[in-house]
Ligand binder design. Sequence first.
Ligand code: F6P
Length: 367
Amino acid sequence: MPLTNRPNRSTLTQFLIEERRRFPSASGDFNALILDVALACKAIARAVAFGELGGVMGNHAAEEGGSVNVQGETQKKLDVLSNDVFIRRTEWAGNLAGMASEEMDLPYQIPGQYPRGKYLIVFDPLDGSSNIDVNVSVGSIFSILRAPQEVIDSGRDVVDADFFQPGAQQLAAGYALYGPTTMLVLTVGDGVNAFTLDPTLGEFMLTHPKLMIPQDTHEFAINASNSRFWEAPVKRYVDECLAGSTGPRDKDFNMRWIASMVAEAHRILMRGGVFLYPRDNKDPAKPGRLRLLYEANPIGMIMEQAGGRASTGEKPMLGVQPTSLHQRIGLVFGSKNEVDRIERYHAEPVKVELKNPLFAERSLFRD
Ligand code: F6P
């Protein structure tokens, strides 16, 4: 099939303009911001694609300004570069009141030489970056919020609390996946659309309109090396998946773990599945591994907009009131019926293990 097989495919720009026609009073700032983000993603895709040839592999050396981010994780050179690309591509246009990033301890202030706008952006510039050096897919995640009215009116510097908005208040969320092809997946609150980067045109083309996640699945993703730290409902869920057709689920499951959440989310968006990085008791100081504002919330919005679900394990993710910028949280997302089931297991009383064979196979509370 020739590359030009669909000359009428929408570009991202065309898609955004057509979306905006639904809001005749919209100023265009929002679209301009999304296009700046898309350009940042293209620049990061290029840096990732050059790999070793680009001289950007490996850790960010201490003598170049530090090597551990606010999460206590070793920063890769590409983490730092991607963060910089996001900032430089979006700070100048007058659309943003401020930014926050996984790679920065504090919110980023729009420099004095630029006008300030009405949106906030929160991002993880390069998620899954431990995969970079082994050439496995990584991605960028972003969430767009409206700045509090008083910030917009005063133009003051942003503070952490300005970003503490439940995920349900996100105006848009998306990710770019740097895989065999570069894709941009976007929701502006009206379903989920995915665009594939045409590397010759340098344009994101609409290739997957209105994505919907199958409600059922037989594929789950979890880092099983943490199993001894899991809480009982998670153990129960995974045990039942592993028991397959010989257990209460009565069907065999498949397991996948890429250790790159964007790649995991994309697989689930395309063919269903469930992802768990639950709260566990590995480190009591960390209520989960992933971050609420720039991982769980944007992925959560995408899942929900595609007919899937996102949860803390106990309750809907998008209802959680954030209390800190880099807050960690248990995250479960994907096919609706599986996420519902995991929430149900959390709500049910903990099973009592009984040895007495009179009481069924494992417990009083059988399915
Ligand atoms: O943000 C961190 C991240 O890289 C996610 O993309 C991924 O799902 C997770 O960490 C992998 O964690 P672990 O190393 O525990 O498997």
